[in-house]
Design a protein around this ligand. Sequence first.
Ligand code: SAH
Ligand code: SF4
Length: 356
Amino acid sequence: MDALALTKSDWEILMLEWGLPKYRASQILEWLFQKRIRDWEEMKNLPATLRHTLSEKFPVNRLVSIRESGSRDTTRKFLFRLSDGQLIESVLIPASPALYGEASDRLTICVSSQVGCAYGCKFCASGLEGWKRNLTAGEILDQVLQVEALSGEKINNIVFMGMGEPMANYDNLIRAIGILNAPWGIGIGARHMTVSTSGLVPRIRDLAAQPLQVRMAISFHGATDEVRNIIMPVNSKYPVEELLSACEDYVRIKKQRITFEYILIRDINDSLEQAHLLARQSRRVGAKVNLIPYNTVEGLPWERSNEEQQEAFLDILRRAGTDATLRREKGHDIAAACGQLRLQVEKSFAAAHVMH
Ligand code: SAH
Ligand code: SF4
């Protein structure tokens, strides 16, 4: 396992096994998460023998930054190479009020949880080439460390909305969240972390049962099974009614509001009838609705709804008393379209391959 993915108690047990005092655990964690030093030899307050053992047991395994796009004031994307050559991306989003309201000193990172995605939603770039593998908890955490190092900024909000279905990598997700949250780790409040899911009902129930107050966003995208079945294959396993009932339970157990994300795809899910149904469903769950104009993906036939339709859809929700927002800023679209940069790069790699 990656050293980043060990908890304080994991380190303490290890120190005990190695016949070392417990405070060594705190020293190691301080180097990793406060001083942000990964190279064991640099950890000068540890005995040389311990440094040596650590370098043997836990070879340093950083994400390698291979491309960056965007500018300082807007959304910035980071493409990383993993140790086995796979590519993932993370996105840094300055104050995202349309998404999460509130104050604007917020700096959000959108992290990936898997390489590719097995869920194959018809509109999504991440699922296009199928699922390759889960990210380890260390790889999830390292996205935060690397993006902070590359940008020189302190991240205070995390959304699991990058590539992959975080709930399908549940154990690593929970381990990473625990370390992101821990005072000896990265120290980000649980309420500043949002897990987005296409609707894995049993995992929604698991997330409700675990102690941390993480937020949940549901990729809803269709108010009826008829519509949702067309674009989200996961719906045949966990249909709308089951999903809504798991959401109700989450809200009841956590005493927390959740968000329904709803991308507006022209003529697919943007009828006013869907809007009326969505209004009723979101009121039932007490969910906020976040409407997102669809971002076109190369190779896919879908288009975003036109602006009048977006406004009419929003209007219906608002009139019905739903707390709904429509994300208009173009810069932020990029965040909801994680997976696309990787796709572009892989395509250009493939093209270069063919040419040679
Ligand atoms: N697998 C999880 C999290 C990653 S996707 C999930 O599905 O929730 C993060 C969000 O981006 C989801 O709401 C997803 O539906 C949305 N999304 C995917 N492709 C998009 C696109 N081309 N335009 C706009 N939003 C998109
Ligand atoms: Fe996977 Fe989420 Fe994309 Fe669906 S929307 S294919 S679950 S990443």
